[in-house]
Design a protein around this ligand. Structure first.
Ligand code: PEP
Length: 344
């Protein structure tokens, strides 16, 4: 933390700041510049916050220089994390982290047992180790399909039984976090809810790994602060998902911020994956953006697949089927080992 004194601060006012800081057992280092004096604080930041330094005479500003996302930061843990999903459920546990490249795939929305099973088989054949599927769908338009809710959760659990694929699905209401955790292996917080702090705390306390998507208007710092809300509940099993941000470009639904992957990796130890489906919302861009995700060093991708995209109740135009899924599979099998990782 740094205290910036006003240009006209007196020596007594600077001394008063130093004296107050030392009451906490911390240390204050005074640096006198031509225009201003700054006081650098070393000690416990929460103790300094309680001192109300900003209201002292002669103080112009107080700036926190340590990150507000301590638990998820590389300062807290320099080594990259691996998040294990599906341990102890009978399904094959999935390791998302620096050694693997994980394909998470499935239908955007769970529509029926048949459709979800078919999509899961397609996903598995393509190399997916984790099944995605929305039971609670946060749609922008209120009259669009909102998901099957609890019935959808039953379907996902049944499909896990058949395919052995652990399941990730979205929670949109904090009150449903425990319900969804009773069925799913990983809880997704979607882009629209990235800053819903009650939801973040609820999923953080639900005892399952969390897939945290980036809000379309969120900076990387805001995204990591959202992750910190989850971590504060004692849950560090968090995977971040870059899914595009809103820009002036209209060719794609949102602009995939591919640079966010290495940016996050410099700031946080958490795994980070890319969603090429929801970012562009265009089937023809899923493959190029997936290649970009591998090349940039992401820990995986999340892809919508559907047995009949034309009939999909949700996000058909971005869903892969047939030859497109096969092409994705062969691309992953070729490029992932070349990137030094194992597909799985
Ligand atoms: C989804 O993954 O189903 C979804 C709705 O994505 P996003 O929250 O990124 O829009």
């Amino acid at each position: 933390m740094v205290v910036v004194m006003s240009p006209d601060a007196t020596a007594e006012q600077i001394d008063a700041v130093v004296t107050r800081v030392r009451t906490t057992g911390g240390e204050a280092f005074v640096s006198r510049g031509v225009q201003r004096t700054i006081v650098g604080l070393v000690g416990v930041i929460d103790d300094f916050r309680a001192l109300n330094l900003r209201s002292m005479p002669g103080v112009a500003d107080v700036i926190a220089v340590s990150t507000p996302y301590k638990l998820v930061s590389v300062d807290h843990q320099p080594a990259r994390s691996t998040v294990v999903v599906g341990a102890g459920t009978g399904a094959r546990p999935v390791r998302i982290g620096p050694d693997t490249f994980t394909l998470i795939a499935g239908p955007c929305a769970v529509e029926s047992l048949e459709q979800t099973l078919e999509a899961a088989e397609m996903a598995k054949a393509a190399g997916a180790t984790l099944l995605r599927g929305g039971a609670f769908k946060p749609r922008a338009a209120p009259r669009e399909f909102q998901g099957l809710g609890k019935v959808g959760l039953h379907i996902l659990a049944e499909v896990r039984e058949v395919t052995g694929l652990p399941v990730v699905t979205e929670v949109i209401d904090p009150a449903d976090a425990d319900l969804v955790a009773g069925y799913a292996d990983m809880l997704q917080v979607g882009a629209r809810n990235m800053q819903n702090t009650s939801l973040l705390q609820a999923v953080g306390g639900a005892g399952k790994p969390v897939l945290l998507k980036r809000g379309i208007q969120a900076t990387v710092d805001e995204w990591l602060m959202a992750a910190e809300y989850v971590a504060q509940r004692g849950n560090l099993d968090i995977v971040l998902c870059e899914r595009g941000i809103r820009t002036f470009e209209t060719a794609t639904a949102t602009t995939l911020d591919i640079a966010a992957v290495p940016v996050v990796q410099r700031l946080s130890h958490l795994p980070v994956i890319v969603d090429p489906s929801h970012s562009a919302a265009r089937r023809d861009l899923v493959l190029p953006l997936s290649r970009a995700a591998i090349a940039v060093g992401a820990d995986g991708i999340l892809v919508d697949v559907h047995p009949d995209p034309e009939a999909a109740l949700c996000d058909g135009p971005q869903s892969l089927a047939g030859a497109d899924v096969r092409e994705l599979a062969s691309t992953l099998r070729r490029l992932v080992p070349a990137s030094g990782r194992v597909l799985g």
